[in-house]
Design a protein around this ligand. Structure first.
Ligand SMILES: C[S@@+](CC[C@H](N)C(=O)[O-])C[C@H]1O[C@@H](n2cnc3c(N)ncnc32)[C@H](O)[C@@H]1O
Length: 205
């Protein structure tokens, strides 16, 4: 198989797994009923709502992901943005954190189908509000944080996010923006915001 054919095969795996779920999700509304009772900790920063594969691509293009990037996907769902970053944008690595175990298991299945080992992709089942130390440390290596969580999540995770911005990471958010920071870019379609260290208020940077 040529490299081009292998790439096409990998994209087909993404489309098979992620486009279909999005359509079901669109029909059903914001949250899958079968997930309603799976979360013990109720510190939810957003309901389950998947990005379509097209949106994942748009966000990653807007954030100008390069092969040097290590992506953090906070509230990763089934890891579709993290996986797309590695497969289609050739990001060096992606780390996803998601509280709903069935979604993490689904993402790991897709990663296995794609042959992505832990050196390229790791999906952790954890609460962003109380991260295990090893996951917290891994996030400190990330150069780009992706974030599709509700606006209050910016405040809930402020300490971690400010730490990331201060050491030069960028943050891209989808659909929800941070009231306290000044975005350095806003996508043409109005759905994404990009933040860097320059976004922090004077005195905080
Ligand atoms: C709007 S969905 C986005 C899913 C995925 N990032 C995407 O774009 O398809 C938000 C996700 O955050 C997860 N989440 C909410 N609160 C969380 C928390 N405290 N810790 C970890 N994940 C959380 C939800 O379970 C849900 O999967």
């Amino acid at each position: 198989m040529t490299e081009e054919e292998a790439d096409r095969a990998r994209v087909a795996v993404l489309e098979r797994n992620f486009d279909q779920i999005f359509e079901e999700n669109e029909d059903e509304g914001f949250r899958f009923p079968w997930l309603a009772d799976t979360t013990e900790d109720k510190t939810l920063l957003a309901p389950v709502q998947f990005s379509s594969l097209r949106t994942a691509r748009d966000v990653l293009r807007f954030a100008q992901v390069t092969p040097d990037d290590i992506i953090a996907d906070l509230g990763a769902g089934d890891g579709r943005v993290a996986i797309t970053a590695v497969v289609e944008f050739h990001a060096k690595r992606a780390i996803g954190v998601e509280i709903e175990e069935p979604l993490v298991l689904k993402g790991r299945q897709v990663a296995a189908q794609l042959g992505l080992g832990p050196e390229r992709l790791s999906l952790h089942c954890a609460n962003l509000m109380s991260l295990p130390p090893e996951v917290d440390q891994a996030l400190d290596t990330c150069t780009l944080f992706f974030f599709y969580l509700l606006t209050p999540a910016f405040e809930a995770l402020e300490e971690r996010l400010v730490r990331a911005l201060r050491r030069g990471a960028r943050i891209v958010s989808l659909h929800f923006s941070c009231r306290r920071w000044t975005p350095v870019a806003h996508s043409e379609d109005g759905r994404c915001w990009l933040y860097t260290r320059a976004s922090l208020p004077p005195g905080q940077e």
